[in-house]
Design a protein around this ligand. Structure first.
Ligand SMILES: *Cc1c(COP(=O)(O)O)cnc(C)c1O
Length: 383
C-alpha cells in the first residue's frame, strides 16, 4: 500500500460483495480478474499476465512453466526474500547463490562464472525497485541458452532504461503483498510473452483448469496443478491500486532525484551505484566500514541491509539447515544438493556490502522541505 488505499478500493470491494462476485470464473472474460490481467500485461509491456494468490506462487508457477525440476541447478540472487530460492527448492531443484555487486543486485560476472552445464534457470531479483543489469544478464543468459526468471516482486512498475522490470526475462513474478509497490493484502502475478509458458503457469495455478471455459484455449495437455487462484476481491482492489502506480512511481522517482542531487552537490557520502539512475526509486549509502554504517543507521533510523531479517541469506533457515517437510523431497540433501553452500562462504561479498549499506530512500510523499531537512541531518551527524 505504498501509494495509499482508500475510498476507491472500498467501493470496488463493496461492488464485488453487492453483486456476489467473489471468485475467478464466476464472472469470466469481463470480470475484474480478466481486466486486471489485461491491465497488468499492458502496464508491463508483455502479452500475458496471470493473477495468482502470492508472489511466491508466481515464482513457483514460473519454475513449473520453465520445466524446472529435480536435480536442476538454478542460479539465484544472494540478496532477496527467501521465496526466490525456495521456489526452485520446492520443485526439487537446487538453488545456488550469485553474489551481488555494488548496485546491490546480481553481479553479472559472478553469474557467468557460476554457470554450469546443468544450470537450467537464472532468477535475478530487483530488490527495493533496484533493477539488475539486465543488458548484461540477458546477454550472458542468451549466450548460454539459459532462461531468466525476473523476480520483480519488489519492483512492480519499475523501469530499466525505459522498459518495465518483468518484461526482460522469459517469465517474471510480481507480488502484491502488504509491503509492495501496489497491494491487495496478498497477491501476485506471472508475467510473460510466451504463450506456452503462460499456458503451463495457468494449468499449474489451478488444479481444476480443465473444467473451465477459457476465452484463450490451452494448447497443451493438462497436467497436475495446485490452486493458486486469486479472487475477484483481490482484482477489484488491484484495479484501483494500478491507477495509483504510475503517478506514485513518478513522484517517488522525483523525490529520489531531489535527494540524490542534494547529496551529490555537497559530496562526502558514497551513493550506491544504480543500474539506471534516472529512473531510480531507491537511494542507498555505502560506508567504508561496518561500524560507520551501523552508527549512521542508528542515528538516522534507517535500515542497514544486514538487519533485514529473511532478506539476508544466512537467515534462510530452510536452506542453511537443509530442511524440507520430508527428506525424500529435499533436494538440498542429495549428493549434488549437499555441494551447494548457504553459509557465509556462499556469497561473502554480498554480506560485506549488506553490512556497509544503509537505505535512505525518501518516501514518495515527502515534501521538498522534508527531503532537504533529512539531508541536512545526514550532514549534521554523518556517522
Ligand atoms: C515479497 C517477495 C516475494 C514473495 O511474495 P509474496 O507475495 O509475499 O509471496 C518474492 N520475492 C521477493 C524479492 C519479494 O520481495
Amino acid at each position: 500500500m505504498r501509494f495509499g488505499i482508500g475510498q476507491p478500493e472500498i467501493d470496488a470491494v463493496a461492488d464485488c460483495i453487492r453483486k456476489g462476485e467473489l471468485a475467478r470464473f464466476q464472472v469470466g472474460a469481463n470480470g475484474r480478474i480478466a481486466r486486471c490481467e489485461k491491465e497488468l500485461a499492458a502496464m508491463s509491456g508483455t502479452k500475458y499476465a496471470l493473477l495468482v494468490n502470492s508472489g511466491t506462487s508466481a515464482l513457483i508457477c514460473g519454475m513449473v512453466a520453465l520445466g524446472i525440476g529435480p536435480g536442476d541447478d538454478v542460479l539465484v540472487s544472494s540478496y532477496t526474500w527467501i521465496s526466490s530460492p525456495l521456489a526452485p527448492m520446492l520443485v526439487g531443484a537446487i538453488p545456488r547463490l550469485v553474489e551481488m555487486d555494488d548496485t546491490l543486485t546480481m553481479d553479472p560476472d559472478d553469474l557467468e562464472a557460476k554457470i554450469r552445464p546443468d544450470t537450467k534457470a537464472i532468477i535475478c531479483v530487483h530488490m527495493m525497485n533496484m533493477p539488475c543489469d539486465m543488458d548484461r544478464i540477458m546477454a550472458i543468459a542468451n549466450r548460454h541458452g539459459i532462461p531468466v526468471l525476473e523476480d520483480a516482486c519488489q519492483a512492480v512498475g519499475g523501469l530499466y532504461k525505459g522498459r518495465r522490470l518483468g518484461s526482460f526475462g522469459k517469465i517474471s513474478a510480481y507480488s502484491f503483498n502488504n509491503y509492495k509497490n501496489i497491494s491487495c493484502g496478498e497477491g501476485g502475478a506471472v508475467i510473460t510473452d510466451d504463450e506456452e509458458l503462460y499456458d503451463r503457469a495457468r494449468l499449474y495455478h489451478d488444479a481444476g483448469t480443465f473444467v473451465q471455459n477459457y476465452e484463450h484455449a490451452v494448447q497443451i495437455p493438462f497436467f497436475a496443478g495446485q490452486d493458486y487462484r486469486a479472487s475477484e476481491i483481490q482484482a477489484a482492489i488491484l484495479l484501483e491500486q494500478l491507477k495509483r502506480l504510475d503517478p506514485g512511481m513518478e513522484k517517488w522517482r522525483d523525490r529520489v532525484r531531489l535527494m540524490r542531487g542534494l547529496i551529490e552537490k555537497r559530496g562526502g557520502f558514497h551513493i550506491a551505484r544504480h543500474n539506471d539512475p534516472d529512473s531510480a526509486c531507491a537511494l542507498l549509502l555505502q560506508f567504508d566500514t561496518e561500524a560507520e554504517a551501523d552508527a549512521f543507521s542508528q542515528k538516522h533510523h534507517c535500515l542497514r541491509l544486514i538487519n533485514s531479517g529473511r532478506h539476508v541469506f544466512t537467515n534462510w533457515a530452510p536452506l542453511t539447515e537443509r530442511r524440507a517437510y520430508r527428506d525424500d523431497v529435499n533436494p538440498l540433501i542429495t549428493p549434488k544438493g549437499l555441494l551447494a553452500k548457504y553459509d557465509e562462504s556462499a556469497a561473502p561479498r554480498t554480506l560485506d556490502l549488506m553490512r556497509r549499506t544503509c537505505d535512505v530512500t525518501p518516501t514518495w510523499s515527502m515534501t521538498d522541505e522534508q527531503v532537504a531537512a533529512r539531508v541536512d541531518a545526514f550532514y549534521a551527524s554523518p556517522c
